[in-house]
Design a protein around this ligand. Structure first.
Ligand SMILES: *Cc1c(COP(=O)(O)O)cnc(C)c1O
Length: 309
């Protein structure tokens, strides 16, 4: 019996991005019930904590992690409380409430919201971390199980990096299938390049500030496990501009009729702009990580913001 909270997402060979010598496979995590791959790891973590007796799940994410926790917790029949900072997008707040969770707006930064969330922890409650919990990664890794089951063996996997949970999960999934040699292209925008900075420094470092429209990638520091992946695995760090990420989201909407956040557009930009290391690859797997924090109106606003900058 499959009692997972995520779905087995479609794996499409993109007719637009592929060529006779190269297959570009799209793993459509945007189709998850909560709109992003976070559904996988957070579903596993929520199931684990509820099985251990948690009656209430706490999140401090005003983004896709909060949305996934709201969805998964409600599915499991426990209370979900999400503390979000004042600048959390209304679309995310609406989605969290629509999935049946309670939203509390507190503090001007994520750090303040997070402190508040921590203050609620007691013997009946658990915190669902957005990226840095080893329980999440086997959940994210299930997307690689599905790709392998579909008979696709990639030569390169492209994904976006925020705090690095997705990177940890994909690396775990590849290792599980003896695909540890497969290269991973880890994409960030210039204004949220915390993995790039960690690789340069030789350890995770804290960025001074986040300056990107791809706010979902805005973790100031990657988790240690994500940095460790870059030392054990062939990881190419790749940076794109906000303009490239936004343009890729727009092109993807036109080409595939699916709307994704610029956080996901960053990955798509690496593919649309044919970054050099991909050119000799036969099968490229693109993790279309998705994200609910986007609308056509928001895309137009970002466009204006970038043009007037
Ligand atoms: C969370 C998220 C990311 C970044 O994932 P990390 O595990 O934090 O690296 C990228 N894209 C979307 C849509 C996300 O929700």
């Amino acid at each position: 019996m499959n009692n997972s909270l995520h779905i087995n997402t479609p794996l499409l060979r993109s007719a637009v991005l592929s060529s006779p010598s190269q297959n570009v496979w799209l793993k459509l995590e945007a189709m998850q019930p909560s709109g992003s791959f976070k559904n996988r790891g957070i579903g596993v973590a929520c199931q684990h904590y509820v099985a251990q007796g948690a009656r209430r799940l706490i999140s401090s994410s005003g983004g896709n992690a909060g949305i996934a926790t709201a969805y998964c917790g409600t599915q499991l029949g426990v209370a979900v409380h999400v503390v979000v900072p004042q600048n959390a997008p209304q679309t995310a707040i609406n989605a969290i409430q629509r999935f049946g969770a309670e939203v509390e707006i507190h503090g001007s930064t994520w750090q303040e919201a997070h402190q508040r969330a921590l203050s609620y922890l007691d013997e009946n409650s658990c915190l669902i971390h957005p990226f840095d919990d080893p329980l999440l990664w086997p959940g994210h890794a299930t997307m690689i199980d599905e790709v392998v089951e579909a008979g696709v063996i990639p030569d390169s996997v492209i994904l976006s990096v925020g705090g690095g949970g997705l990177l940890c999960g994909v690396a775990a999934g590849l290792n599980k299938h003896q695909l540890g040699e497969v290269e991973i292209v880890a994409v960030e925008t210039h204004g949220a390049a915390s993995l790039h900075a960690a690789i340069a420094a030789g350890h995770p470092v804290m960025l001074d500030e986040i300056t990107t429209i791809a706010n979902t990638l805005g973790a100031k520091q990657v988790c240690q496990a994500a940095f460790d992946v870059t030392e054990q695995h062939s990881v190419i760090s790749h940076l794109v501009s906000d303009g490239q990420a936004l343009e890729a989201s727009q092109k993807f909407l036109e080409d595939h009729r699916i709307l994704v956040e610029p956080a996901c557009g960053a990955t798509l930009a690496a593919v649309y702009n044919k970054m050099p290391s991909l050119q000799d690859k036969r099968n490229i797997l693109v993790v279309v990580c998705g994200g609910m924090g986007v609308s056509t109106e928001q895309i137009a606003n970002w466009q204006q913001q970038l043009e007037s900058a």
